[in-house]
Design a protein. Structure first.
Lengths: 293, 762
């Protein structure tokens, strides 16, 4: 299955949230990276049939998003940003309800499906607890559980790790990695580490436009030869020109700096291997579209 | 087939989850409990004696409250996913709009059902609490209550669904809901329908009630096609609101989806609504046409001319024609048409032909004849008798027929004031149901600022200057009984026909017709709707105590006229004789208006009698003087009217009543003092004497107050024997002729002497 997006535009009044977005997404985990306000959530909501697009074409599998939204929904699992649900219901009741709405009308099959996703997200022991009593991490897991019901071919996951503690975040990333084997999972985030660990392909959105599509490794390579590390006395840091400081750390010898620059910012600087975050910064910071070979 | 089944399952599950969500919400239960308690509280069980009265007073504001609560709850339910931040998942699930929408509607119907069950449970509760008999009227009122409750719930659901679809902001939705519910409740009271008759349909209630009269005697009026059109409109409106909500709901989620079926249904409902509006307006226009013609004849000076051709507002006094007696044959047919043959003994100036008679224009005159009458013409409310040259007719016979109906609308409620129908009716002499001599103005009409009529009231000018002999022969269906202001001479039932003859001296004739029951409570006879007179025997001892007290004070045997119980709304048009003794703190309402539209018979309203019976039941248990006062309050006014008003009942108060009113007020005071004993506030009596506790509004009330203070003076200086002497003489004099200030002074002087007391009014 494929998700094909061609010349997609979305306007809110005079504001262009998406401009000429073109993407082709294959099975596996696809990351959607970009700063806040880049248009990630707008794109996700369009794919989830929640808002109409202004122009362009979107096909999800064999179905056109405009003319067959109901068919598209049959392929979908959606975990929106800041997921919540009926607080007065138990996790099991919520999942049972969603399962029926996803077309699993047979009682036994539904029971199995619900148990399975509860097991998958490690919520079996909390199945009979009311959602109102859940922590943020548990709610997110419940969110992914409801999205997984019905074995959707396309899973849309918008900022799933926001508000989670590090342990929950890692567990969640692993869970996404597991379930992306036989489907398309579109993961939208502005946290580079989330993409780095699980995505096989990604796109970077900036100001409504796709500024990069490719693999994480290729994105990282965008910063090849441009990432420098050096240690300077505290007073000399401000004298650096034409560099973008990515990190600074106070050491006994002075201030250790990691930065982006086309050329070595000083004689003391040494080139280091770029990370995905460096590539992302190069891509977003340059404002130029970079297409991987 | 499989897809259809799956769709049905989804709809059902959504409905189940919705219903469960509602049921798990404490707000629902608190709202329901509050609504029911409020309804019971407003129903005022303490004074309600019949299910009809219980429902009538119980629905009041409770219906408005129900509408608001249900609107909010359903609106809240439709926004559940939004409130729970589940809407993005909900809307991306593979469910059809119809499944989501109708699932929610069915779930919300669960709330409606719960409220319906709750509100309908008041029926057996009310039945158990008031313990009355079940009559045809009860059935009618119960059906009206059920219909209204369903209508309110449908409307509320429609409003909630529509607002949910049309208004995205949750708080704005609530504010709009509240404005619509309250606005519709008071819209008619503000007179929106004065300019557009159909506007009355918009509101499922008027201040919480159906915009129609209800009474124990006549049931819901009119329980006919107007109500059917109203209910049809309400149903169509609710359906339209729901479907509009459906379209708005769909537009948000799937704007490209086809909505043909919804639009067809919407159009059908719109046609239904428009049709019901058209039929409703046509119905009332037909009725209103007669009233407007009435208004024209009564108000337009050009339509009224005196015999010398001058334009003037007519009054009895301008005519030379006098009535000397009446012999009326009245027959009520099975289809509620009255056929009347009226023989009127007349006197007048033979030189002034034609002679005018006033007969309400709704009557169709078929024949007029008499010695010396050459011909006749009908013009509006008048019949003109053309005299033969030199003839001086002694009598005229007028034969006419009709089904009179004169209605008025106040605070959005349509009330008949003069009418006849299958369930009976009321004929007032003030509205010329028999030929009155000369030209009379029949009704007063008030206009609102937009020059639209909004109030009609009978004119209470004198009917016949002196009481004349009257005889009425009644014939009608056996199930309908008739009460007149005149004594009953004979009555019989045979072959499904009820016949009665009334005869006596009076200045007017009024008839009350309906399924009237008569009960005897000691020396008290009560005539009224079965469900209100049932169990009223308990009033007997209280009534006896009251009459015994008055008889002892006046020194005369007082007539025990039957107490006639009339619908509450009927009282509005015919009351006068304004007592002002401020003894309300002692169980008797001050500033009470007794009812005078049954002549010399004491008249009470249905709700007043129900309250009196409740109080009498309490008194029989507690012997509390306050309960005795409450038990006798309503009857007291009617009784005093029958004692001191007779036989001039239909005379205007401005003419002869101030003296009688002062005496009546004195007796009210004495009864309260007698019952309460030491509990009575002595300062009140001193205040009345000093004129500090009574407000004089006009000269007439000034006279009444002087009569009252004079009697107090006599009592305090000369004792009860002197009071009895004066009251006895006044009573005897009243049997012969009205009593004026001079006559009262004369009687006072007879007993107490002394210049100061002899001239109390100077």
């Amino acid at each position: 299955m494929q998700v094909v997006i061609e010349s997609l535009y979305k306007q809110y009044g005079k504001v262009e949230a998406l401009r000429d977005v073109n993407l082709q997404i294959e099975s596996g985990m696809f990351g959607l990276l970009g700063p806040n306000g880049a248009g990630k959530t707008t794109l996700m909501r369009i794919l989830a049939t929640l808002i109409p697009k202004s122009a362009g074409k979107v096909r999800i599998g064999p179905y056109d998003l405009d003319t067959e939204p109901h068919k598209v929904r049959e392929l979908l699992g959606n975990l929106p940003q800041s997921f919540n649900t009926y607080r007065n219901f138990t996790a099991f009741e919520v999942l049972d309800y969603v399962a029926v709405l996803k077309g699993i009308t047979d009682t036994k099959a539904r029971r199995r499906a619900v148990d399975q996703v509860l097991e998958q997200v490690n919520l079996s022991r909390s199945a009979k607890a009311r959602v109102g009593t859940f922590s943020g991490g548990m709610k997110q897991r419940l969110g992914i559980a409801q999205a997984l019901l019905g074995n959707p071919k396309l899973l849309i996951v918008d900022e799933p790790t926001a508000g989670l503690d590090p342990e929950e975040r890692i567990r969640f990333r692993n869970l996404l990695g597991d379930i992306s084997r036989d489907r398309i999972v579109i993961l939208s985030t502005h946290v580079v580490a989330d993409i780095e660990s699980v995505c096989s392909a990604l796109a970077v959105l900036n100001r409504g436009r796709v500024v990069y599509t490719g693999t994480p490794e290729e994105l990282a390579r965008q910063a090849q030869g441009k990432v420098w590390s050096l240690t300077l006395p505290a007073g000399e840091v401000d004298r650096l020109r034409a560099v973008k400081i990515l990190a600074r750390r106070q050491t006994a010898e002075g201030v250790q700096i990691r930065c982006l620059a086309d050329q070595a910012p000083s004689n003391a600087a040494r080139q280091v291997a770029p990370s995905l975050e460096d590539g992302y910064m190069v891509t977003v910071g340059s404002g130029l579209e970079v297409v991987a070979s | 087939m499989k897809a259809e089944r799956a769709s049905w399952v989804k709809t059902r599950v959504i409905a189940r989850i919705e219903a469960l969500s509602y049921l798990r919400s404490p707000t629902l239960w608190v709202s329901l409990l509050f609504t029911l308690l409020f309804t019971v509280w407003t129903a005022n069980l303490a004074t309600t004696r019949s299910l009809e009265l219980f429902l009538r007073s119980g629905e009041g504001l409770a219906m408005m409250l129900t509408a608001f609560v249900v609107t909010i709850l359903i609106s809240h339910g439709f926004a559940r996913e939004e409130r729970e931040a589940f809407d993005d998942v909900w809307n991306s699930l593979p469910t059809r709009n119809a499944e989501q929408f109708w699932g929610k509607v069915v779930g919300a119907a669960g709330i409606g059902l719960l409220f319906l069950v709750g509100l309908l449970s008041l029926l057996p509760l009310g039945w158990f609490a008031v313990g009355t008999v079940w009559t045809e009227t009860t059935s009618g009122v119960v059906w009206a209550y059920v219909a209204q409750t369903i209508g309110i719930l449908m409307f509320s659901a429609g409003l909630a669904v529509f607002l949910t679809g049309a208004v995205a902001n949750l708080r704005l939705r609530y504010v709009l809901g509240l404005l619509v519910v309250v606005g519709l409740s008071i819209a008619q009271a503000l007179g929106i329908d004065n300019h557009a008759l159909w506007a009355v349909l918009l509101s499922p209630y008027t201040l919480g009630s159906l915009p129609y009269s209800q009474s124990l005697l006549f049931g819901l009026w009119p329980w006919g096609e107007a109500v059917v059109w109203h209910v049809l409109f309400q149903g169509s409106l609710a359906g339209m609101l729901i479907l509009l909500g459906r379209l708005a709901y769909q537009r948000r989620r799937d704007p490209v989806q086809r909505t043909v079926a919804t639009k067809i249904a919407l159009t059908s409902l719109a046609i239904c609504a428009v049709l019901s509006v058209a039929l409703y307006v046509q119905y009332w226009n037909e009725v209103a046409a007669t009233v407007d013609a009435q208004v024209y004849h009564d108000v337009q000076p050009g339509a009224v001319r005196t015999s010398d051709g001058k334009v003037a507002l007519p009054a009895q006094s301008i005519s030379h024609v006098r009535a000397l007696g009446y012999d009326l044959q009245v027959r009520l047919t099975a289809d509620a048409e009255l056929h009347i043959t009226a023989e009127v003994a007349l006197a007048g100036d033979p030189e002034q032909s034609p002679w005018p008679l006033t007969l309400h224009h709704q009557w169709e005159v078929t024949e007029v004849w008499g010695d010396g009458i050459k011909g006749w013409t009908r013009e509006g409310n008048f019949v003109w008798l053309e005299l033969a040259p030199g003839a001086a007719p002694h009598s005229v016979v007028v034969r006419y027929r009709g089904r009179p109906l004169l209605w008025d609308k106040q605070i959005g409620v349509i009330n008949p004031m003069h009418f006849m129908g299958e369930r009976g009716g009321y004929l007032s002499p003030l509205l010329a149901w028999y030929p009155l001599p000369g030209q009379r103005r029949l009704v007063s009409v008030l206009y609102d600022m937009g020059q639209t009529r909004h109030w009609v009231e009978p004119v209470t000018d004198p009917l016949v200057t002196e009481p004349v002999p009257i005889r009425v022969r009644w014939e009608g269906p056996q199930q309908l009984r008739v009460v007149a202001n005149l004594p009953t001479i004979e009555h019989s039932d045979a072959q499904g026909v009820h016949q009665a003859v009334f005869a006596g001296q009076s200045d007017g004739i009024s008839l009350l017709v309906g399924a009237l029951e008569r009960i005897q409570a000691s020396e008290l006879t009560i005539v009224g709707a079965e469900s209100v007179v049932h169990g009223a025997e308990v009033l007997g001892p209280a009534y006896d105590a009251l009459v015994d007290f008055y008889e002892g004070l006046i020194g005369r045997a007082l007539p025990r006229e039957p107490v006639v119980v009339v619908p509450d709304w009927l009282a509005r048009y015919y009351n006068r004789f304004h007592y002002r003794v401020p003894v309300s703190a002692y169980g008797q309402p001050g500033h009470m208006r007794p009812l005078t539209h049954m002549g010399a018979k004491p008249v009470v309203t249905e709700s007043a009698l129900a309250g009196a019976v409740r109080a009498a039941e309490r008194w029989s248990r507690t012997e509390s003087p306050h309960d005795l006062l409450a038990a006798t309050a309503a009857i007291n006014y009617g009784l005093l009217e029958s004692i001191w008003g007779r036989p001039y009942t239909f005379q205007t108060v401005a003419e002869e009543q101030p003296v009688a009113q002062g005496i009546a007020e004195y007796l009210l005071l004495r009864w309260a003092e007698h019952v309460l004993g030491a509990e009575f506030d002595a300062d009140l009596r001193a205040g009345i004497r000093a004129g500090t506790v009574m407000q004089r509004l006009n000269e007439r009330e000034g006279v009444a107050q002087q009569v009252l203070t004079t009697l107090i003076d006599i009592e305090e200086r000369h004792g009860d024997a002197a009071v009895s002497f004066v009251l006895g003489w006044v009573y005897d004099r009243l049997a012969v002729r009205p009593i004026d200030v001079a006559g009262f002074e004369e009687i006072v002087a007879l007993r107490v002497g002394g210049e100061a007391e002899r001239r109390p009014f100077q």
